[in-house]
Design a protein around this ligand. Structure first.
Ligand SMILES: *[C@@H]1O[C@H](CO)[C@@H](O)[C@H](O)[C@H]1NC(C)=O
Ligand SMILES: *[C@@H]1O[C@H](CO)[C@@H](O)[C@H](O)[C@H]1NC(C)=O
Ligand SMILES: *[C@@H]1O[C@H](CO)[C@@H](O)[C@H](O)[C@H]1NC(C)=O
Ligand SMILES: *[C@@H]1O[C@H](CO)[C@@H](O)[C@H](O)[C@H]1NC(C)=O
Length: 433
């Protein structure tokens, strides 16, 4: 191939080098497993994208623009308003933080107007609050919003992030070769590992493969990444919650068993507290994200969130279900009267009988709180001594003590969510109740 200019030559050389690395690594990486000791329960934190997008005009949007002030404000609120105590840990920058130009040494650098103190200073600020710091890059020639991509600089960008004290990297996949992703994301994982800094690694390759009909290699994902986005971005609407859940339930038998301690399917951010969800819908998103062992990444203005939405995000009993150490991703087990019922095995296990979290999501729009009836055996719960059923959003009060074949009645509001736990009884504690 003839090169008419230096840039073309450089690209050719780096592509050739890159291809050679790929072939080498494809063989080396086959037996490696991700073992960075991170994300043993689904990661919890805050990320700017869904709520703040790529707002870069700090004159027109002084409070909303993607700037060091925004992340400092959120870190402040996470500590002051109880999110940190509830388990939310990572403050994560998404796209649009970077300068459009790399440095003369080809390093990434932040936009100088919006991040005048630099990323290291912001990371220090977040760490001083006892929180962890995350950032965004792209496995391609450009990020989704047109900022510099990392494809030609994966190793040096990994080092830059480690030097900045990054604890979590979201590596997006715009403007890249979809078929090289499985190997290329593995390469970046190796570079992150080689920095010696523990960095949670959030991958995006299924979100680029699945929508074009390629089934992602989930066994490989679990070896390379701590979490991965499976499907499209969430927007600020209920239809996005339900359509994402439809994809996850349609594909659950193929993907759910790859979630577990250290490696998680990621249905995308919580949109609770923004403009698109009602209070009931917000409870529903939180309930089913808990059941799915999904990462709990908020994307909301924590300075102005209404208390009732904050209380959903801070509900300790819901978070406990999400963070259950078994790390099992729940599944949709029954749809009845336009209400989806999801279940997830959780602790405690009593006499070899596991407790189960039960999430209900209503697709009904007919006005009144509908009285759904079902039996626990419909949900494959079969402990003969029965179960104590608690309503998590109602302060975990006991609603029923039911044997598998007893009919259970639960009221659920239109397009709302209910979260229950069913704890097995044994012949001994049956008598105590
Ligand atoms: C790098 O990988 C090795 C092997 O899996 C692992 O033991 C080590 O903890 C990893 N280090 C970091 C910093 O992720
Ligand atoms: C979110 O909803 C919008 C509007 O209906 C749609 O364009 C977009 O594709 C949806 N995304 C997902 C992931 O459902
Ligand atoms: C997950 O389930 C799939 C399909 O049933 C199966 O092929 C695969 O081996 C399972 N993987 C794990 C990690 O259990
Ligand atoms: C629990 O299950 C294990 C393995 O299936 C079995 O070895 C054990 O005997 C069981 N214990 C009880 C109390 O049923």
């Amino acid at each position: 191939m003839f090169c008419s200019n230096n840039i073309c030559c450089l690209r050719m050389i780096s592509t050739t080098y890159f291809t050679a690395s790929f072939i080498l690594l494809a063989t080396v990486l086959q037996t490696q497993a991700l073992n960075n000791g991170l994300a043993l329960t689904p990661p919890m934190g805050w990320m700017h994208w869904q709520r703040f997008r790529c707002v870069v005009d700090c004159t027109a949007y002084p409070d909303d623009c993607v700037s060091e002030k925004l992340f400092r404000d959120m870190a402040d609120r996470m500590v002051a308003d109880g999110y940190k105590d509830a388990g939310y840990e990572y403050v994560i920058i998404d796209d649009c933080w970077a300068s459009k130009e790399r440095t003369t040494h080809n390093k990434l650098q932040p936009d100088p107007e919006r991040f005048p103190s630099g990323i290291k200073a912001l990371s220090d600020y977040v760490h001083e609050k006892g929180l962890k710091f995350g950032i965004y890059a792209d496995y391609g020639t450009q990020t989704c919003a047109g900022y510099p991509g990392s494809i030609e600089y994966l190793e040096s960008d990994a080092q830059t992030f480690a030097d900045w004290g990054v604890d979590y990297l979201k590596l997006d996949g715009c403007h890249s070769e979809v078929l090289t992703m499985e190997i290329g994301y593995g390469l970046m994982g190796r570079y992150l590992n080689e920095t010696g800094r523990p960095i949670v690694y959030s991958c995006s390759w299924p979100a680029y493969q699945e929508p074009i009909g390629i089934q992602a290699n989930y066994a490989r994902l679990a070896e390379v990444c701590n979490l991965w986005r499976n499907w499209d971005d969430i927007d600020d609407a209920w239809v996005n919650v339900t359509s994402i859940l439809k994809w996850f339930s349609d594909n659950q038998d193929r993907i759910a068993n790859y979630s577990g301690p250290g490696h998680w399917n990621d249905p995308d951010m919580l949109i609770i507290g923004n403009y698109g969800l009602s209070y009931e819908q917000a409870k529903a998103q939180m309930a089913i994200w808990a059941i799915m062992a999904a990462p709990l990444i908020m994307s909301v203005d924590l300075r102005t969130i209404e208390p009732k939405f904050r209380d959903i995000l801070l509900n300790k009993d819901v978070i406990k279900i999400n963070q259950d150490p078994k790390g099992i991703q729940g599944k949709l087990v029954l749809t009845k009267d336009k209400i989806d019922i999801w279940t997830k095995p959780i602790n405690p296990v009593i006499d070899n009988q596991t407790s189960i979290a039960i999430g209900l999501l209503s697709h009904r729009v007919d006005g009144y709180p509908y009285r759904l009836n079902f039996t626990l055996s419909d949900l494959n719960l079969d402990n003969k001594s029965g179960y104590i059923i608690k309503d998590i959003y109602e302060n975990s009060t006991v609603v029923e003590i039911a044997k598998p074949d007893n009919t259970v009645f639960i009221k659920i509001k239109p397009s709302g969510g209910v979260l229950l736990t069913a704890t097995p009884l044994n012949p001994v504690n049956v008598q105590k109740v």
